[in-house]
Design a protein around this ligand. Sequence first.
Ligand code: PDD
Length: 278
Amino acid sequence: RTVYLNGAFLPENEAHLSIFDRGFLFGDGIYEVTAVLDGKLIDSPLHMARLERSVGEIGGRLPVSTDEIVAIEKRLIAENDLGEGLIYLQFTRGVEDRNFLYSENLAPTLLMFTQAKTLEHVAAVERGVKVKIVPDQRWARRDIKSVCLLPQVLAKRAAKADGFDEAWMEEDGLITEGASSTAYIVTQDGRIVTRGLSEATLPGCTRLAILQLAQETGLPVEERAFSVEEALSAREACLTSATNFIVPITTIDGQPVGDGTPGPIFKRLRALYMEHAR
Ligand code: PDD
């Protein structure tokens, strides 16, 4: 595979990073994951806007414009003949001797690579996924797409160990979001509920697209936090992320959601999103 590192397109085994990279030593970096379907980037402007915002929030500066980033991503898709999968991008503050404080003139690290993956025709769409509720143990600025993912790594491992597919993180009795996805429920009276934007969660790009599609279609949406109890008595539940698009949740902590099968609101949203992605 050809990857991009700091201005160069290289075979993956020739792309090398310093052991002093602050992304490695401090988790001092930002990332983005953008889906690719039929060789095309999905919701790319939303991912670029969030990237710029995250980098700005940590006082960094992208070394190239987001237009150039999109051009690099398209070249990687073409060179690697990627039909379906994702582009991973990582920005880090750069390389220097280990010190919590950093020099203002550091040259940042910018890395991009493609990863082939089946996204559209996956078993989860028909079968649904099982989520486990775990405590949200992350920091207070979850709106920044930071590479410090240890709490999510541990949450997903705990979920997997118990036979679950994804972890939903809970704080003060409310669901914040999935370990790597945005969380939704559908109430008994058919309203789609997902948490409003704040520093407590990542502003999902797929979330933004889904909410817009729902609103355009006249499906009722409520942007507010929901409790664990509300989730356990919901009619439907689902999650969104760049690499899942939207998938149904059929059990929460082992309890079936609704009748335990993917519901009509999910199916409607999935159809709308796939049409939007194409
Ligand atoms: N994760 N919330 C969290 C904590 C996430 O890590 C993600 C995405 C989302 C959904 O955001 P989006 O719709 O923009 O992908 C919500 C990516 C896919 C990942 O870490 O691989």
